[in-house]
Design a protein around this ligand. Structure first.
Ligand SMILES: *[C@@H]1O[C@H](CO)[C@@H](O)[C@H](O)[C@H]1NC(C)=O
Ligand SMILES: *[C@@H]1O[C@H](CO)[C@@H](O)[C@H](O)[C@H]1NC(C)=O
Length: 334
């Protein structure tokens, strides 16, 4: 009781402090227009561009590939993506690949691999690899397997649009730029290339190898690629920080779903099914690869290095399903 009586005044006091802190009018002095000596700009992303004759431009967005430094000068970015950035780019590449493979698998409607379906899988892998390599080569420095980038410094970097300052309420300064150059834009390039390469290669292959049914895998790609592009446009920053967890959750769910579609749900049946059927074995190993990818990305995100011990957990979801499937049989309910 005593704590509750105490809580209300504290709450009111906090609300009061908070609202006054927000409303407190802050005057922000900064030099407008072109300046002879570098001076500070408001806002996280506004900067001044060197005019070449010693003067600096008015505060505004830096050019592409430049970022404002601590003293608001637009400086060319010379960072290289870190391991986590590469893992993020790899994840963005794995997304269309797994969707392609899943759609081809669904279109083939066969539970075994045939030469024709294998050729379509290979085509999907080649398309994604070609698009990825082309994206890397196009990215600055042009023609090299390196990327010149601006270091990512937090979630806000993905959404600079929300950080346009309005100093003294005199008007918004438009300083929106790609702060995580080129991690944001190159994914758009990659997905567009994926779409173009697929439309170049796949229809021919499909009509030869899987006439009739092969079409549906192409049609689904025409849906999921734009959806991926849209999701990236809106959620890039959130995906950047959550993809390790997304990989693990989605791959565990899809692993369980794959097992649940097996006809024989007994423990020996599931075990033998994994070994006897090449398709099942490939799917299982693919899932293990995804689990491992997620675990490594989580380690890198959190600056831990216990790769060895945690990667031993990779087979756990499959083993857990196989061991417990007989307890979860719906016929046990009655
Ligand atoms: C530098 O050039 C800009 C425009 O090009 C001009 O407005 C400015 O006065 C010049 N500064 C000097 C010091 O000449
Ligand atoms: C920002 O860049 C300008 C011009 O390149 C340089 O003179 C200045 O020292 C830099 N400021 C910081 C804090 O690095």
């Amino acid at each position: 009781m005593a704590t509750r009586r105490f809580l209300l005044p504290v709450l009111i006091a906090c609300t009061f402090c908070f609202t006054t802190a927000i409303k407190e009018p802050k005057s922000f002095a900064y030099e407008k227009g072109i300046v002879a000596n570098l001076s500070h700009c408001p806002g996280r992303y506004c900067g001044r561009t060197s005019l070449g004759n010693g003067s600096w431009s008015a505060c505004g967005a830096c050019e592409r590939g430049l970022r404002s430094n601590a003293s608001s000068a637009c400086q060319i970015c010379k960072d290289e993506p870190e391991l986590y950035d590469w893992l993020y780019l790899g994840f963005m590449g794995l997304l269309p690949l797994t969707f392609h493979l899943g759609c081809i698998d669904a279109a083939a409607k066969r539970r075994t691999f045939t030469k024709e379906v294998m050729a379509l899988y290979a085509s999907a892998v080649v398309e994604v690899v070609v698009a990825a390599v082309a994206t890397l080569l196009i990215a600055d420095p042009f023609g090299e397997f390196r990327i010149r980038s601006c270091k990512e410094r937090g979630l806000a970097d993905w959404y600079p649009l929300f950080h346009n300052p309005n100093p003294n309420y005199e008007g918004v300064l438009h300083c929106t730029q790609e702060a995580v150059y080129p991690l944001y834009s190159m994914v758009f390039v990659f997905y567009t290339l994926c779409l173009m390469v697929m439309l170049l290669i796949r229809p021919l292959l499909s009509s030869k190898l899987l006439p009739g049914r092969g079409k549906s895998a192409i049609y689904s790609a025409l849906y999921f690629l734009p959806i991926l592009i849209f999701t990236h446009a809106i959620g890039a920053g959130l995906i950047y920080y959550s993809f390790p967890y997304l990989v693990i959750i989605l791959s565990v769910v899809s692993n369980a779903a794959h097992f649940a579609f097996q006809l024989d749900q007994s423990m020996p049946g599931l075990l033998l099914g994994c070994i006897r059927d090449v398709r099942n074995l490939v799917i299982l190993i693919g899932h293990w690869g995804l689990h491992a990818y997620g675990i490594i990305a989580i380690m890198v995100l959190n600056d831990k290095d216990a790769y060895g011990s945690l990667c031993a957990l990779v087979p756990l979801p499959a083993v857990f399903y196989i061991l417990t499937s007989r307890f979860t049989d719906p016929s046990n309910m009655s």
